[in-house]
Design a protein around this ligand. Structure first.
Ligand code: XMP
Length: 405
């Protein structure tokens, strides 16, 4: 019988952190709603319960004779004492077992059929691809849509990495199509909407070309399920993860082999499966990519300027011992006068964004050392044509979001 600790959710602030702390001590933890019926709890036979938040009097778990600890401001030492002394946990949960059991399960589910995965190059879909190619070599097709809003060399890097795995990698070069679709659009929400819809259309077209593929794989992870209400007994929307892939795509079944894992565990598995560390530790990157980092109208020219400046920002900040959680460049639609090689210029202002955060729900401005800021400004204005000056965004979230639009 698998050793399980239940985290009962009375406050969203604590539930994921509590479950992650338990798993980091090699004990498997799952999250259930605070009002889960006693029968649902006993059916899982947990060795202990952690209350994330303040339980309401009369909560169903109270009379079950299962050891209980409060997960509010829990220290690692207190949790260790609870798990190993009070609950007598053996602490045998580990990610190699997770990989092995998923590989077996994927093989059983998929049999000899083919599986399709929409690969974005982000951490989750990349690790999903690596795990599937280990489980069912030769049966996986990954479709990567290059919408033209990727960072410098990013699409080629993704192609190079996945061409070495035992899978069919289909790269769709659709930059002209996407940039054309949002030509003249300045409203950020409209850009996002158009790009999202076009993505679906491109993916559908590619899926059709490939013939009948019964399985669709998604890199859904455990927080996606917890956050979409999955542990609260409601139906999980079947396609909530893949940038809104349509419900009517002709797939018989979903394969979601990362659905039991937290993000830090997904990264660890990625490394165990041999993915390069740079890919596994990638920063979050919005689905519409650089299209939401070019303020106002998006053109090939502006994308090119932003790509070069962004590469400099990342190259310099990558070198820090403890880099920010997320860092990038934004090309504004404000123009300013400058002077380059004795000639007057009138080009856009470029902004640097760098934040520290635990969960991206709130974030603080990262303290880039002053000399490095000066170096960044000099390199960008010197090396990138089409930027007049460089500013540093010192807003926290809230009130400023991480992205500018
Ligand atoms: P904001 O700007 O809302 O961003 O503070 C929080 C985090 O979410 C990322 N982000 C996105 N990710 N599609 C995504 O997959 C999007 O449209 C999107 N918009 C923002 C952002 O980069 C940050 O990490």
């Amino acid at each position: 019988m698998k050793e399980l600790v239940l985290v009962l959710d009375f406050d969203v602030k604590y539930r994921e952190q509590a479950a992650r702390m338990v798993r980091d001590l090699n004990v498997y933890a799952e999250i259930l709603p605070g009002n889960a019926p006693a029968e649902r709890i006993t059916a899982l036979n947990p060795i202990g319960i952690i209350t994330a938040g303040e339980p309401t009097p009369g909560a169903p778990f109270a009379d079950l004779y299962i050891p209980v600890m409060s997960g509010v401001d829990m220290t690692k030492e207190a949790l260790e004492a609870f798990l190993f002394t009070v609950c007598r946990a053996k602490g045998q949960y580990n990610l190699q077992d997770y990989i092995d059991s998923q590989v077996a399960q994927i093989r059983e589910t998929v049999g000899g059929e083919r599986v399709l995965l929409a690969l974005s190059g982000g951490v989750d879909s990349s690790v999903c691809a690596a795990l599937l190619s280990k489980a069912i070599p030769g049966q996986l097709t990954c479709v990567f849509v290059d919408h033209g809003f990727m960072r410098l060399h990013e699409s080629d890097d993704i192609e190079a990495i996945f061409s070495t795995h035992d899978l069919d990698f289909v790269r769709v070069n659709a930059a002209e199509r996407f940039v054309g679709k949002i030509a003249g659009i300045t409203d950020p929400e409209q850009k996002r909407k158009i790009i999202g819809e076009e993505f679906i259309r491109v993916f559908e077209e590619e899926a059709k070309k490939l013939g009948r593929i019964p399985f669709l794989a998604q890199g859904t992870i455990y927080p996606d399920i917890v956050e979409s209400g999955g542990v609260h007994g409601e139906t999980i929307k079947s396609h909530h993860n893949v940038g809104g892939l349509p419900e009517n795509l002709d797939f018989e079944q979903l394969v979601e082999p990362l659905a039991g894992l937290f993000k830090n565990e997904v990264r660890k598995i990625g490394l165990m499966l041999g993915l390069p560390p740079a890919l596994v530790h990638r920063q979050p990157f919005p689905g519409p990519g650089l299209a939401v980092r070019v303020m106002g109208e998006v053109t090939f020219g502006k994308l090119d300027v932003l790509r070069k400046a962004d590469a400099i920002v990342r190259e310099e900040l990558d070198r820090l011992d403890t880099p920010p959680s997320q860092y990038f460049a934004v090309l504004t639609d404000t123009f300013s006068v400058g002077v380059k090689d004795g000639v007057r210029t009138y080009d856009p202002v470029l902004a640097i964004r760098a934040v520290s955060t635990q969960d991206f729900m709130t974030a603080s401005c990262f303290d880039i050392p002053h000399e490095l800021l000066v170096k960044l400004a000099a390199r960008i204005a010197g090396e990138v044509d089409g930027v007049s000056r460089v500013v540093y965004d010192i807003s926290s979230k809230p009130p400023g979001t991480v992205e500018w639009q």
